[in-house]
Design a protein around this ligand. Structure first.
Ligand SMILES: *[C@@H]1O[C@H](CO)[C@@H](O)[C@H](O)[C@H]1NC(C)=O
Ligand SMILES: *[C@@H]1O[C@H](CO)[C@@H](O)[C@H](O)[C@H]1NC(C)=O
Ligand SMILES: *[C@@H]1O[C@H](CO)[C@@H](O)[C@H](O)[C@H]1NC(C)=O
Ligand SMILES: *[C@@H]1O[C@H](CO)[C@@H](O)[C@H](O)[C@H]1NC(C)=O
Ligand SMILES: *[C@@H]1O[C@H](CO)[C@@H](O)[C@H](O)[C@H]1NC(C)=O
Ligand SMILES: *[C@@H]1O[C@H](CO)[C@@H](O)[C@H](O)[C@H]1NC(C)=O
Ligand SMILES: *[C@@H]1O[C@H](CO)[C@@H](O)[C@H](O)[C@H]1NC(C)=O
Ligand SMILES: *[C@@H]1O[C@H](CO)[C@@H](O)[C@H](O)[C@H]1NC(C)=O
Ligand SMILES: *[C@@H]1O[C@H](CO)[C@@H](O)[C@H](O)[C@H]1NC(C)=O
Ligand SMILES: *[C@@H]1O[C@H](CO)[C@@H](O)[C@H](O)[C@H]1NC(C)=O
Ligand SMILES: *[C@@H]1O[C@H](CO)[C@@H](O)[C@H](O)[C@H]1NC(C)=O
Ligand SMILES: *[C@@H]1O[C@H](CO)[C@@H](O)[C@H](O)[C@H]1NC(C)=O
Ligand SMILES: [Cu+2]
Length: 577
């Protein structure tokens, strides 16, 4: 009798395990209370917008295949939305989050439930506010573990640590961007960069205690989940006297490569392995981040740092930790575009049997050539206002000479309910309005057009897109981010894209697959994606200042014929404008 029960129990356990590994998904519930919180940095107390009073915000942790449900409640004076950056949102565009693109904002006192599943993705991503400049303090990691029982394609790390890079202003950033949009000139630059919310010792007397410390043991491997949540700056990152092995970018495994320095644009995420030294060194090591800046405007030229500290377990009092020499990493000069090219070339999809190689679309249905860069637009409000650009203009930014104007209602709602009239038009140009030397001397007329234009694509169109930087007001690297899709980075180059020669260099075998790519300063990048996700998908520069200036557009992907190729109706609590 006993043995029979035992046997039954064992069988149940086994069948439970089998069932569980076949359907190992779970629903992860989170509540985000958006509220103000006082924090002190650089000797100064400041009231900032936070999730649950935390800065940086809480991590969302899930497994591939899980459903994530986040109830966001707005207790602050600002309109809000949250974006799950890099999550594909397959047929769940209502949960994507960019304000006035997929939803109206969550207004003061309102709430909205973001509800989506994570399909075919694993790695590091992040969430952030997607309205005005509120993402300056509203951001946190998204950690997607592989399915249960599926190992990483690299040795299991001893510990995993998110490192979020941010940008800090002493002043109120909403005032800063509003002031810039009024005057037509560049917004004030930040006062510091941060690592996990802390600027580190290089700033002033207070900042030494505002330092993130990572305590490590010798002879172990750590997985650092690097996230660039800064508003306006690409960053170089390095750890003194340690190599880093890049294993993943934008939640896609890459062919591992060793480097001393990582380049990461706002919107990108990069997983690196850090192997600690085998013996306790008599040194403390700095980890540092500073800007890669190519544009014409002033930039924040400071360095954020954090400390890598080896545990000294059997330590005698003769060697105080704070007496140890502090070793600094060396980082490239701020405008080292050669480094940027080389680093980006190294990022290649892994392509293992468990995580098959990049499924690059081999045939192309639609080709687009988009110029991205700065220019001028007339002073708004009929020019009554005095703008600080030349001849009463304001600095703006555009894609194919169209500086995007935010609508007053969400594009996705307008699309879904067939009410696009008066909201957007589908005549976004596939090519620039005229040809010129994009990276040479500027044309005589540098005034741009304004409008709310989109590209409409039938379901499952394969798209090839060349993004070409312009040097109209100085060449500049633009980290372009696409919502709703990963794309493949086929090639990048200097100067103007040459359609007769450059396609021969396209990598269709193992290109990087990601959601954000730096359009090289004074150069171009070619990408492909499969438009298999019905909805409205924002594409924009992830330098927030350029987004504010209009370097953004949207793709409308139509429903397919089958039931599982259609966008479902919106959830009942979708905010209204
Ligand atoms: C933040 O500090 C200000 C000024 O000291 C104070 O009035 C306010 O109540 C504080 N807010 C919070 C959320 O603690
Ligand atoms: C999330 O969406 C799924 C699928 O539409 C639905 O079954 C579920 O009830 C939703 N959950 C919440 C909390 O809204
Ligand atoms: C921006 O900087 C200028 C010059 O330092 C200053 O006068 C202005 O008040 C700043 N703007 C904001 C919103 O802090
Ligand atoms: C980093 O890697 C290089 C090249 O493999 C090697 O020469 C160097 O010793 C390594 N440095 C450290 C600190 O491990
Ligand atoms: C660390 O410093 C102590 C005291 O200066 C010295 O005795 C010891 O040998 C040093 N260890 C290493 C690994 O350099
Ligand atoms: C940035 O700061 C460094 C060191 O503080 C200085 O040497 C350099 O000239 C600065 N560069 C720019 C472009 O401001
Ligand atoms: C980078 O900046 C330095 C110092 O301002 C300048 O001398 C150099 O020409 C610049 N390099 C490039 C590639 O722009
Ligand atoms: C433009 O400025 C004039 C003179 O200052 C003023 O009378 C007029 O009301 C302004 N118009 C608008 C639309 O602001
Ligand atoms: C200034 O702008 C006005 C209208 O926007 C235009 O008519 C005029 O030609 C411009 N002047 C110059 C010098 O560009
Ligand atoms: C474009 O301008 C650049 C910089 O002046 C020059 O080096 C290049 O040769 C020009 N390209 C063409 C196609 O004219
Ligand atoms: C979508 O397009 C891809 C690539 O062209 C093709 O392999 C796939 O079968 C298509 N899927 C559907 C549902 O049409
Ligand atoms: C908040 O959003 C609503 C809906 O779009 C809009 O009417 C209102 O003006 C916004 N409020 C602020 C302070 O921007
Ligand atoms: Cu940009």
């Amino acid at each position: 009798m006993m043995s029979h029960k035992l046997l039954l129990f064992t069988v149940m356990c086994i069948s439970f395990r089998v069932a569980f590994s076949k359907h190992p998904t779970a629903t992860r519930h989170y509540k985000f209370n958006i509220k103000m919180q006082n924090v002190t940095r650089l000797c100064q107390s400041k009231s900032i917008v936070t999730v649950n009073g935390q800065f940086p915000g809480p991590a969302i942790t899930a497994r591939e295949g899980d459903r994530v449900v986040v109830k966001v409640v707005n207790h602050v004076q600002y309109n809000l939305t949250i974006h799950w950056h890099g999550i594909r949102q397959l047929r769940s565009g209502w949960a994507d989050g960019p304000a006035y693109i997929t939803q109206c904002p969550i207004q003061t006192g309102q709430s909205y439930v973001y509800n989506f599943t994570i399909k075919g993705q694993r790695g590091t991503l992040f969430w952030h506010a997607h309205i005005s400049w509120l993402r300056v303090t509203l951001y946190g990691p998204i950690i997607i573990l592989p399915k249960r029982g599926v190992p990483y394609p690299f040795p299991k790390p001893h510990k995993e640590v998110p490192l979020l890079f941010g940008e800090w202003w002493k002043a109120d950033t909403e005032k800063i961007i509003n002031q810039a949009m009024q005057t037509g000139s560049a917004p004030n630059i930040s006062d510091a960069y941060t690592i996990n919310g802390f600027p580190g010792p290089s700033y002033n007397t207070c900042s030494a205690k505002d330092t993130f410390k990572l305590k490590v043991e010798p002879g172990k491997t750590y997985l650092l989940r690097l996230i660039n949540a800064a508003l306006n700056d690409e960053l170089f990152f390095s750890v003194a006297d340690h190599n880093l092995t890049v294993v993943e970018a934008d939640a896609v495994y890459v062919k591992p490569f060793k480097t001393k320095i990582v380049l990461i644009t706002p919107g990108q995420t990069t997983n690196v392995l850090l192997k600690t030294k085998n013996h306790h060194p008599n040194t403390t090591f700095l980890m540092a981040a500073k800007a890669y800046a190519t544009g014409p405007a002033a930039f924040d030229n400071t360095t954020a740092s954090a400390i890598l500290q080896y545990h000294h377990r059997h330590h005698n009092s003769t060697m105080k930790l704070n007496k140890l020499p502090l070793l600094q990493p060396s980082l490239p000069i701020f405008n080292d575009t050669t480094f940027a090219f080389k680093f980006n070339d190294k990022i290649r999809s892994l392509g293992s049997s468990k995580f098959p190689s990049a499924r690059v679309p081999q045939k192309v249905d639609r080709r687009f050539f988009f110029t991205v860069g700065l220019g001028l637009i007339p002073c708004p409000n009929g020019g009554n206002q005095t703008c600080q650009g030349p001849n009463n203009t304001m600095v703006a930014a555009s894609v194919n000479n169209v500086s995007f104007v935010m609508p007053n209602t969400a594009l996705l709602q307008a699309h879904f309910f067939n009410q696009s009239k008066g909201v957007y038009t589908t005549d976004f140009p596939a090519n620039p309005p005229f040809k010129y030397n994009y990276t040479g001397n500027p044309p005589s007329n540098i005034m741009m057009k304004t409008g709310t234009k989109v590209v409409a694509l039938p379901f499952n169109t394969t798209v090839e897109l060349v993004l070409q930087d312009t040097s109209i007001i100085g060449a500049e690297s633009h980290p372009l981010h696409l919502h709703g899709f990963n794309f493949f980075v086929l090639a990048q180059g200097n100067g103007n894209f040459d359609p007769s020669k450059d396609p021969a260099r396209f990598n269709l075998a193992d290109p990087a697959e990601r959601n954000t790519v730096g359009v090289p300063s004074g150069g171009w990048v070619a990408i492909r994606f499969l438009a298999d996700n019905p909805g409205v998908w924002f594409m924009h520069c992830h330098l927030e200042v350029h987004t504010s200036w209009g370097l953004k557009m949207a793709w409308v992907v139509m429903d397919g014929n089958r039931r599982n190729q259609k966008l479902p109706p919106p959830p009942a609590d979708l905010p209204k404008c």
